[in-house]
Every structure is written in C-alpha cells, then in structure tokens.
Design a protein around this ligand. Structure first.
Ligand code: CMC
Length: 438
C-alpha cells in the first residue's frame, strides 16, 4: 500500500523529507524540519488571507464551493430552509443533532425567556449620536454585555458556556432592535414572549401603539428562512475573528463583539447594505451597461457578487431569490429588482465574470427582501449578525473543546530594516532623507 505522504526534496541541501498527508492536508509545522543548517529556523508557509490554509478541524458546516453545496451538520441547506425553523437550526448547529420534541420546547423556552436586556443598556445606548449606524451600536453593546455577566469568564465550565449561548442568541435581536428604535427616536418595544423568535424581532422593530403586535405570517416565515441561511458559513472572516479572539480565552461577549465588527465590513456582512446603495446609484436599467464597464475596468466592485469559496451559484442566493417572490406578492415589487435582474443577466453572460467564476452571493438578493419588508438600509448588517451568532457560538464551543487549540498567533515574513543604531534627532536631517521626502 502506498503511504499517504509527500516527498519533498530540498535542492539547497539535497536532502529529502517524507511529510504525512492526512485529510488532504500536510501540517505546516512538519515543514519546520526542512533547514539549511541546525541554526536555521526552518521552512514556513506564506498564505496571506488564508486562501489555502485550514486553521482548524470542524464538524459544523460543509461547503463544496464548486458544486454549490452547503450543509449544516450534514443536513442540506435546502431541506433546512424548507422544513425547519431558525431556533431548531441554531440548536442543531450548537449541539450537532436536531432536537427531540422536549429538547426543542426547552430550548425555545430558554431563548424566549432571556430576551430582556438590563435596563442600564438603554442608558449607554442613549450616549450614541442620533444617526449612529446600528451595527456600530451593536458591536459596542454586545461587547458591553460581558460586564453584566462576569460568569461568562468561566469558559472552562460547559454549563456557563451553554448559558452564554442562550443569552447571546436571545439578546442579539433585542440589542439590534433597540439600536434601531433609538436611531429613529421611537420608544423601545419590549420582547413579547408569545411570539416566535422572528415574530418577536418584528414586534420589537415595528410595534407602534397597538396593544398587541401581530406579525404578517409571510414576513415572519421569510425572515426565519433568511436567518436559517445565515446561521453559519464555516471559517469566514467573522468566524475566524470569533475563533482567533476567543483563543485568547476572553469571554464570549467580547469575542462576539470582535466577530460582529468583522461582519460589519462591506466585503462581508455589510455587503447586503452596499448592494442596495449600488442599485440606487445605478438608478435605471439604461445605466447598467455603463456600471458593468466600470466594474470591469476595476473602478468598482459588483457588490453581492463573488465569493472566496463558491465558484458556482451560492445555494443561499438561489433560495432567497425564490423566496423573494412571496415577499413581493405581500409587500409589492421592489423597484430596484429590475436593475438587479439585469445586472445578474449581464454578469452571468459576460466573459469577465464567467472567467472569474463570479456569481451572485447571499447578499445580492437578501437586501432587496429586507428593504421590501420595511427594514431600514443600515440595519441590514445587523440582520446578518443576529442569526450568525449561533454559528459563532458553535465554532467557539468547538474551538474550546479541541485539544489542539492554542492561542491564534500567525507568523510573518520580516522584510524591514536590518538592526541599526539609534540616531540622535540633531543628526537625522541628512540630504539623502530630504531627497527621499522623509
Ligand atoms: N466585482 C468585480 N470583480 C470581482 C468581484 C466583484 N464583486 N469579486 C471578485 N472580483 C474579481 C477580482 O477583482 C479578481 O480579479 P483579478 O483576478 O482580475 O484581479 C478576481 O475576481 C478574484 O477576486 P478576489 O478579490 O481575489 O476574490 P476573493 O476571494 O479575495 O474575494 C469577495 C471574495 C467576496 C471579498 C469578493 O468577491 C468581493 O469583494 N465581492 C463583493 C462583496 C460581497 O458581495 N461580499 C459578500 C460575500 S458573501 C457573504 C459573506 O459571507 O460575507
């Protein structure tokens, strides 16, 4: 039987090395034995942005980017979106198995009864400027929760970790909704325990003076499906932030604040907001070709297109596109839809996009649905952060249980100055420095 090894010959020394291959990978540390001399540090790998480096082993989410497959704990996303609900999926992601009926009831009860925030959180929300971006407020307020739950520091205690997951999943919608209500000067709407997870979120967002808010079933279900689609996505930027920051053994609220900050960026969870801003800027069908020209010239990015892992249609985008029709029947067609469809049509036929395998991603159509549902534009990234909290917490739990976990600490290639002596300030104004503009 041939052994699963990689033979590397170092042409500098003529030596050969057998490196074991396991799970389609070699261990970067195995390369360290490849040295020029005993004093040599040994060979490292260089992989900016981790495009070809597995940083962990995981049993949570599987993606086949070429085939457009996404599974949570083995279950295809299409089946979960059709048959499950967000809280059940959150349980699955966190615990590895779908809940039994009684486990489901307990889980829903625990989440539903932990949605309230400490009243002091309202006070520091009021410190924000009136038009503060809700995602900026969410980053700060979720981080601040760590000061209200000092027991969250007990990260080696499984029961404490479980409670922090419950609290975070329960309170993220309340934080996001309160940030929105504050930004438009409306009184906060408190959670309603008789409503579903998404029904209650709609209540906290949109309740006015009515005694009981009743969510529109189509919108409640559409939001639930959107939350399922956003629940986890393996080692993306924000999840890597969660794992990296969490590896310092900080409490999970602080790590979720870091993950939320990573998600805020326009190349990640902020893309849904940017798609709508882009569609508004294009403004009409007639201006689509001109915009595509600017994208191809490298002047602009087509927001909501492209993905590090998917080199095929993002399966989440396909489900969202189908669901959009139901929302549009209820709420009326989004006036930007035509432009989005035209952009997609041109991009899917154009050599620039085809050769780079750029397809619509989850954010291309989600923004249109959120907008039709009445969500304000700058709340869109928070609508990504709320459901992703389950994924972050599951990845954090997995990271802490992994015996191979160490504090995240990448290496670098130092290309700076060799050692040199300090120069007193009076001797620094040499003609050479002046000429170089230093
Ligand atoms: N518009 C135009 N060109 C693009 C785009 C785009 N949206 N995305 C990638 N390219 C080009 C890029 O210029 C490069 O071309 P070249 O080879 O000529 O230099 C090539 O395609 C490869 O791109 P890349 O930047 O190396 O790809 P990446 O894997 O580093 O980036 C991405 C992935 C998602 C950051 C990128 O596709 C992008 O910026 N998309 C727009 C923002 C967006 O929609 N983000 C949401 C991602 S899905 C939700 C989530 O998980 O966050």
């Amino acid at each position: 039987m041939p052994k699963d090894t990689l033979t590397i010959t170092d042409n500098r020394t003529g030596k050969s090395y057998e490196i074991p291959i396991q799970n389609g990978t070699i261990r970067a540390l195995d390369l360290r034995q490849i040295k020029m001399s005993q004093e040599d540090f040994g060979l490292m790998t260089y992989d900016p942005a981790f495009t070809n480096t597995a940083a962990c082993k995981s049993a949570i989410t599987y993606i086949d980017g070429d085939k457009g497959i996404l599974n949570y704990r083995g279950y295809p996303i299409e089946q979960l979106a059709e048959k499950s609900n967000y809280l059940e999926v959150a349980y699955l992601i966190l615990n590895g198995e779908l809940p039994t009926r009684s486990q489901h009831e307990d889980w829903v009860h625990q989440i539903t009864t932990h949605t309230l925030l400490h009243e002091n959180i309202k006070k520091f929300m009021e410190g924000f400027w009136h038009d503060a971006h809700p995602m900026g407020m969410l980053v700060s307020t979720v981080g601040a929760l760590s000061t209200f739950y000092p027991d969250a520091k007990e990260i080696t205690n499984p029961e404490s970790r479980r409670w922090q997951s419950v609290r975070l999943i329960a309170k993220m919608p309340t934080l996001a909704a309160f940030a929105y209500r504050y930004s438009i000067g409306r009184p906060y709407a408190y959670p309603d325990n008789e409503l579903s997870y998404t029904g209650n979120f709609l209540n906290m967002m949109f309740k006015l003076t009515e005694l009981k808010y009743r969510p529109t079933p189509v919108l409640e279900r559409a939001l639930d499906v959107l939350f399922i689609l956003h629940a986890d996505h393996e080692q993306n930027c924000s999840t890597s932030a969660m794992r990296g920051v969490g590896s310092s053994q900080v409490d999970p609220y602080s790590a979720v604040a870091a993950a939320t900050a990573a998600l805020y960026g326009p190349l990640h969870g902020g893309a849904n907001e940017m798609v709508i801003r882009m569609l508004r800027e294009i403004g009409s069908l007639a201006r689509v070709p001109e915009f595509i020209k600017r994208v191809k010239a490298g002047e602009r990015r087509l927001m909501g297109f492209g993905h590090r892992v998917y080199k095929n249609y993002d399966p989440r985008a396909r489900i969202i596109k189908e669901m959009a029709d139901q929302v549009f029947v209820e709420m009326g067609k989004n006036s930007l839809l035509e432009i989005a469809l035209e952009l997609e049509k041109i991009a899917l036929e154009d050599e620039y996009f085809v050769s780079r395998k750029l397809y619509p991603n989850v954010d291309f159509y989600s923004g249109l649905i959120y907008q039709s549902m009445g969500f304000p534009l700058d709340l869109f990234p928070s609508l990504f952060a709320i459901p992703r909290t389950a994924g972050w917490m599951a990845q954090w739990e997995e990271m802490l249980r992994d015996p191979e976990t160490k504090i995240a600490r990448p290496r670098q290639i130092y290309l700076g100055s060799p050692p040199r002596n300090y120069v007193p300030i009076a001797e620094r104004e040499t003609p050479g420095r002046k000429a170089a503009g230093i």
